[in-house]
Design a binder for this molecule. Structure first.
Ligand SMILES: NC(=O)N[C@@H](CC(=O)O)C(=O)O
Ligand SMILES: [Zn+2]
Ligand SMILES: [Zn+2]
Length: 438
């Protein structure tokens, strides 16, 4: 039997409430927690000054296993996730081999269980090899031990509208969702960064906003037509926000995510030609950043998802055109959300719980994550010190890769403890009982 007593912490930043966690469940919430006889032998966590939130849920992580274990593994990505306050992550299928069969998704699922730091839910590819030619075995992945509910060809767009329609129709049978990487390939041939004033000045090939917006508009219409669930990955432009808002107003079952980096960085970062700022979709303009923050606060954008995309040094520290797109995110996401959304007054802590835990759990179909902090609920929790600040160093992060765009930045908010089913995976800001070397 596991027993943990958290004293003096504030759920959602509200009233101080003691919490007694027994056998993976919040057994007692309130003053009675500390006096409960079952608290006698419990591990104690001093929560004074800390905020408790439901454990974070990331709907968009790249773990690189199988295939690129030199840039990330399920175990090292799980460590980064736990240290970032996550209790559940969804792993994108752009691995080698592609996670497009029951066999591969079960392998990733089992590696997550073995690492034991966070619940790892594999995302299945929509098409075989993510090649966009024919549907993968969606039903077999859904029926597998990994119980896949989210499907995506992320890294590439399901650009064929007929395949997209069929995928949307297929997943209705098990209430699945298609998570689309919205990028019209013909409008982004050779694209390196956001198409605008900065790309023109630098002479780089641009990735126009319309390449994202055209696919989102099309997919919203398709999802509406077949009454299925669409999720828009890493939405990045003000125009995309307008399209999603209009679709939601019409009753389309569409949800959308924004990444931490799109909430804080702009295309001006490309000026130094440092490929650490190369990402898909690209960093956009300051007015896009403002629109994304407003949409996240107002609910047009449902969640923050990291798009944690580790890359080995030889793939990233090369000239811009040859560098792979993608940025680390798991250990910095909460701090970036605090800096951009909480410190600015756009979201309170209830709002943070909604966009980083509750909503992603609902979209991903998880019953045991993103739950209220209340008696009888699963004890998946994160304790955050809102007053602490820290300076990001890629070297210090648990990921095997170092490609953080926040190197040297001082950010607010530190994860002090992460608790998965009543068991601390992070204590005093460090990995607890690590089952893996990082
Ligand atoms: N975001 C990125 O720039 N890269 C991702 C793929 C993706 O999310 O599209 C990757 O797998 O590296
Ligand atoms: Zn993508
Ligand atoms: Zn991605």
């Amino acid at each position: 039997m596991s027993a943990v007593l958290i004293t003096g912490a504030r759920p959602y930043g509200e009233e101080v409430t003691d919490l007694l966690l027994l056998d993976g469940v919040v057994a007692v919430a309130g003053a009675a927690a500390s006096t409960d006889p079952r608290a006698a032998g419990a591990e104690r966590i001093d929560g004074s000054g800390l905020i408790v939130l439901p454990g974070l849920v990331d709907l968009h992580t790249h773990l690189r296993e199988p295939g690129r274990e030199d840039s990330e593994t399920v175990a090292t990505g799980s460590a980064a996730a736990a240290l970032g306050g996550y209790t559940a992550i969804f792993a994108m299928p752009n691995t080698d081999p592609t996670a497009d069969t029951a066999g591969v998704v079960e392998q990733v699922y089992r590696l997550g269980v073995a690492a034991g730091l966070v619940d790892v839910f594999p995302i299945g590819a929509v098409t075989v090899g993510r090649r966009g030619e024919r549907l993968a075995e969606l039903g077999a992945m859904a029926a597998s031990a990994a119980r896949v509910r989210v499907f995506s060809d992320d890294g590439d767009c399901v650009s064929d509208p007929l395949l997209m329609r069929r995928a949307l129709e297929y997943v209705k049978a098990f209430d699945g969702v298609i998570a689309q990487h919205a990028q019209e390939p013909r409008l982004t041939v050779g694209a390196q960064m956001h198409e605008g004033i900065v790309s023109a000045t630098l002479g780089m090939t641009g990735w126009p906003a319309v390449a994202e917006e055209a696919i989102i508009a099309r997919d919203c219409l398709l999802a509406d037509h077949v009454d299925s669930r669409l999720h828009v990955c890493h939405l990045s432009t003000a125009g995309s926000v307008e399209i999603v808002a209009a679709a939601k107003a019409r009753g389309t079952r569409v949800t959308a995510e924004v990444t931490p980096h799109h909430l804080i960085l702009t295309d001006e970062r490309a000026i130094g030609y440092d490929p650490v700022f190369k990402v898909n979709p690209p960093l956009r303009t300051a007015s896009d950043v403002t629109a994304l923050r407003t949409a996240l606060a107002g609910g047009t954008i449902d969640i923050v998802a990291t798009d944690h995309a580790p890359h080995a040094i030889q793939d990233k520290e090369t000239e811009w055109d040859n560098a792979k797109p993608g940025m680390l995110g798991l250990q910095t996401a909460l701090s970036v959300v605090i800096a951009t959304m909480v410190a600015t007054g756009l979201l309170d802590w209830r709002g943070v719980a909604r966009v980083m835990s509750e909503n992603p759990a609902v979209i991903g179909g998880l019953a045991d994550h993103g739950r209220p902090i209340a008696e009888g609920e699963p004890a998946n929790l994160v304790l955050v010190d809102p007053a602490a600040t820290w300076t990001v160093r890629g070297d210090d992060l648990a990921s095997l890769s170092d490609n953080t765009p926040f190197e040297g930045m001082t950010l607010p908010g530190k994860v002090v403890a992460t608790i998965l089913r009543g068991r601390p995976t992070v204590r005093a800001g460090v990995l607890a009982a690590a089952t893996v070397e990082v």
